[in-house]
Design a protein around this ligand. Structure first.
Ligand SMILES: *Cc1c(COP(=O)(O)O)cnc(C)c1O
Length: 381
């Protein structure tokens, strides 16, 4: 069994949050699993108790015409006012596009902010833990480290699938969050929806499904599971398929109770006005997104076919994302060669289960052709 538990000393905890957590768990037999009271008990006690910073502006929207409450500069530049802290217009458009109610949407300064907030909301530093499934996205670990939260790891199987039994067996009483990245970075594959559902069903904490690459996947989003499960958070982003990594806008979809606590803890103006403007503009032009997405998918298939033709390529892994994980004969040597040609790819050859692998983001047709030409020259030497 591929279980690696963090070497961190695991100790018995006697404080109230654990007591609540265990009470909630023992109650499960008589209660609907993952009822809202259970979710509430997973939240750190200090977060449960606190009240959010209140800007008061929203109360008076449409009811007043002179705003002398926030010490803003009165001269209008379209940017002299603080932005809408809850980004209602953007959420309405996202809601229409995805057919999700606005109350179930949270927006963050990138989905990285959502990851960080979730850890701060649910994990007591030096007590609680998150579980990750390597090889996977690096930010879960970084955010946990910043919050001094333990990271428990269960590797994917050799063919990059979820080891459901191993994962559920490795869960500890202090495991609050389970991060499942699907399609997974850096492997590129999606996990079976039924398998993800088994985790949501079997895990007593919160399952966070990171769908940063869902736009490129051939399967449905886990957003559809939200109706049934309260202990699920699905994150998506404007950074990949939408071509807006520069504006920093991430989305989370979850039950209203989780959205409410995210709103309570976030910095009041975490999504700035320029970002909200750019997102609204992008959402009015879904055709552009559709066209680019289709083009990237077509280029992904082209690049895959071409890469498979090279002698030095051992394997191109199946991808549901806008990148390809490729196992090659001499990863470091090829990486250095490409760098010397001014072409930067991601060297994942030292990542567990990705030995000998480079990760290629799908570029424009011109960029991909130049990459392939450089690889042809490489084989001739
Ligand atoms: C790129 C990426 C993100 C995006 O994060 P943002 O903060 O929204 O830019 C999130 N998760 C994964 C797995 C990613 O690869």
């Amino acid at each position: 069994m591929r279980v690696i538990l963090n070497k961190t000393f695991y100790y018995c905890k006697k404080d109230i949050s654990v007591a609540l957590h265990l009470t909630a768990q023992t109650q499960l037999s008589t209660q609907t699993p993952k009822s809202m009271s259970t979710i509430k008990n997973l939240i750190r006690p200090n977060i449960q108790k606190m009240t959010a910073y209140s800007s008061a502006r929203s109360e008076f929207k449409g009811k007043a015409h002179i705003f002398l409450d926030a010490n803003e500069n009165p001269f209008d530049t379209d940017l002299n006012r603080y932005p809408d802290p809850l980004q209602w217009k953007v959420k309405e458009e996202i809601g229409k596009w995805k057919n999700i109610e606005v109350q179930s949407i949270f927006l963050g300064n990138g989905s990285d902010e959502v990851i960080d907030l979730l850890i701060r909301i649910f994990c007591e530093p030096r007590e609680d833990a998150i579980m990750i499934l390597p090889p996977t996205y690096g930010m879960y670990q970084v955010s946990a480290a910043i919050s001094d939260v333990e990271v428990q790891e269960v590797l994917l199987t050799n063919d990059y699938q979820l080891d459901i039994t191993a994962i559920l067996e490795a869960v500890q009483p202090n495991t609050k969050l389970l991060f499942v990245c699907s399609p997974n970075n850096p492997t590129g594959n999606s996990f079976n929806l039924k398998a993800i559902e088994e985790l949501v069903e079997g895990f007593e904490g919160i399952v966070v499904v990171d769908e940063a690459y869902i736009d490129f996947a051939g399967q449905a989003s886990c957003v559809n599971l939200l109706k049934e499960y309260k202990n699920l958070v699905v994150t998506q982003t404007f950074s990949k398929a939408w071509g807006l990594a520069g504006i920093r806008l991430g989305m989370a979809f979850a039950a209203k109770e989780i959205i409410d606590v995210l709103n309570k803890v976030k910095p009041p103006y975490n999504v700035n006005q320029l970002t909200q403007n750019a997102a609204l503009e992008a959402l009015q032009n879904v055709e552009r997104y559709e066209w680019e997405r289709a083009n990237i998918l077509q280029q992904r298939n082209f690049l895959k076919e071409e890469l498979m033709g090279f002698d030095f390529v051992k394997k191109v892994f199946p991808s549901d994302a806008n990148f390809l994980l490729v196992r090659v004969k001499e990863a470091q040597e090829l990486y250095d060669y490409l760098t010397s040609k001014g072409i930067i790819v991601r060297n994942r050859s030292k990542v567990v289960l990705c030995e000998g692998c480079l990760r290629f983001t799908v570029g424009t047709e011109e960029e991909n052709l130049e990459l392939l030409e450089a690889l042809r020259i490489y084989t001739e030497n």
